[in-house]
Design a protein around this ligand. Structure first.
Ligand SMILES: [Fe+2]
Ligand SMILES: [Fe+2]
Length: 340
C-alpha cells in the first residue's frame, strides 16, 4: 500500500516504464536516464545514465525491474522519450502514465512524420504506417471525444502540407462530432481519414506551384485545380475509395452557391462530408502563416466564414464560430515539430 502511494507521487515527475516501451529502447544503450524504485526505502534512485552501455547482467536486471513495475524515466526526458515513442505510436495506448497533453503532443508528431513521408512517397508501404498511427489517434478520441480538445489547442499555425492535413482533420472531426449524437468507430475512422487526406492530391501538383505567392497563371491554376481528382485517383490505387473520402477530396473546394470546383456543385448537391471539409479546410488555410501571407486570427477567420453565407454551410460555420469564441488557450506546436 505504502509502495502504491509512493509510486503515485512519483508519477508526477517520472514515467513508469512498461515492457513494451522498454522493448522499444536499444537494449544495451537506453536513450534516457533510468531510475529504479527501491522497495525497502520507498524512494527512486538513479540506475543508469542515458546512452551508457549496460552489461548483460544489468540488461536482465532492468527487465526484471520493469516487470515488477519498478523502472522509471524522468519526465524531464520527455523530448527524448516522445521522439522515441513517436515511432511506435501504439505504445501511447498502453502507457497509463502519459498525461493527456503528452499523448496529444506525441500523436501529432507521429501523424506529421507519417503524413510527410506518405506524400513524399505515396505507396502502400508508406501509407500503412500512416493508417496505423491514424487508428491510434481515433482510438484515443473514441475512448472520449473530449480528448479532441487537447488536439484543438495544438493546431499548427504555419502552413505546410502535413500541418494543414492534420489541422483540417482535427477541426473537421470536431464539427462532425457536434452533428452526430451516436457513432461507431468505423464512421469516426472514415470521417477522420477523409479529412486527413482531403488534399493528398496536392503532392502530384508541381511543388513550385503549391507554394507560389501571388496569382497563378491560367495554365498553372488549371494544374492546381486538378488536385481533387488526382487525390481520388491516387488513393484508389491503394484501395482507399470509401464514400466519405471521395466526398471530402472531391468536394472540399465546392461552394454552396456553385462558385467552387471541380464540378461547380451547389446546395444539396454537396454532401455533408464535403461541406464539413470545405469549412475545416478554409478555416485551417486562413489561420496558417505562409511565406507570402500572415496568419489570420482564428476568431476573425471563423467570423469571415460565418459571414459568407452564400458560399459556406451556415450550420457548420456557426458551430465553428462558437468553438473558436470559447477557444482554449492555444499551445504552439510548430516549434516542437521543427525541433523533431
Ligand atoms: Fe484542396
Ligand atoms: Fe486543404
Amino acid at each position: 500500500m505504502a509502495k502504491d502511494v509512493a509510486k503515485r507521487n512519483i508519477d508526477e515527475e517520472y514515467y513508469q516504464i512498461g515492457p513494451e516501451i522498454l522493448g522499444s529502447f536499444a537494449k544495451y544503450r537506453p536513450p534516457v536516464d533510468l531510475f529504479r524504485f527501491r522497495d525497502d526505502i520507498a524512494v527512486l534512485e538513479p540506475y543508469s545514465r542515458k546512452d551508457a552501455r549496460l552489461t548483460n547482467e544489468q540488461v536482465e536486471e532492468v527487465a526484471k525491474l520493469c516487470e515488477d513495475g519498478d523502472l522509471f524515466v524522468s519526465r524531464s526526458d520527455h523530448p527524448i522519450y516522445s521522439r522515441h515513442i513517436v515511432k511506435q505510436l501504439d505504445l501511447v495506448l498502453q502507457d497509463r502514465n502519459l498525461k493527456e497533453a503528452e499523448i496529444a503532443d506525441i500523436c501529432l508528431r507521429a501523424l506529421h512524420m507519417r503524413y510527410t513521408a506518405f506524400i513524399g512517397q505515396p505507396v502502400k508501404a508508406v501509407f500503412d504506417p500512416l493508417y496505423r498511427d491514424f487508428s491510434v489517434f481515433t482510438e484515443i478520441i473514441m475512448g472520449d471525444r473530449h480528448r479532441l480538445t487537447a488536439f484543438l489547442r495544438r493546431l499548427f499555425r504555419k502552413h505546410e502540407p502535413a500541418r494543414h492535413a492534420i489541422n483540417s482533420m482535427i477541426v473537421g472531426m470536431w464539427l462532425w462530432l457536434q452533428l452526430v449524437s451516436d457513432y461507431r468507430r468505423k464512421e469516426l475512422d472514415r470521417t477522420g481519414l477523409a479529412l486527413l487526406l482531403h488534399d493528398v492530391g496536392m503532392c502530384k501538383v508541381p511543388a513550385f506551384l503549391v507554394g507560389k505567392a501571388g496569382r497563378l497563371k491560367p495554365d498553372e491554376r488549371e494544374k492546381v485545380l486538378l488536385h481533387p481528382h488526382l487525390g481520388v485517383q491516387m488513393m484508389q490505387k491503394l484501395d482507399v475509395n470509401f464514400e466519405e473520402f471521395v466526398q471530402a477530396c472531391y468536394e472540399h473546394h465546392e461552394r454552396n452557391d456553385g462558385s467552387g470546383y471541380p464540378r461547380k456543385a451547389s446546395g444539396s448537391q454537396i454532401s455533408r462530408m464535403g461541406r464539413i471539409a470545405a469549412v475545416a479546410d478554409s478555416f485551417c488555410a486562413m489561420i496558417a502563416e505562409r511565406s507570402y501571407a500572415q496568419a489570420m486570427d482564428p476568431v476573425d477567420a471563423a467570423r469571415t466564414l460565418a459571414d459568407d453565407k452564400r458560399r459556406y454551410d451556415e450550420e457548420m460555420t456557426r458551430l465553428l464560430f462558437s468553438l473558436v469564441s470559447t477557444w482554449p488557450e492555444p499551445i504552439p506546436m510548430d516549434d516542437a515539430i521543427e525541433a523533431t
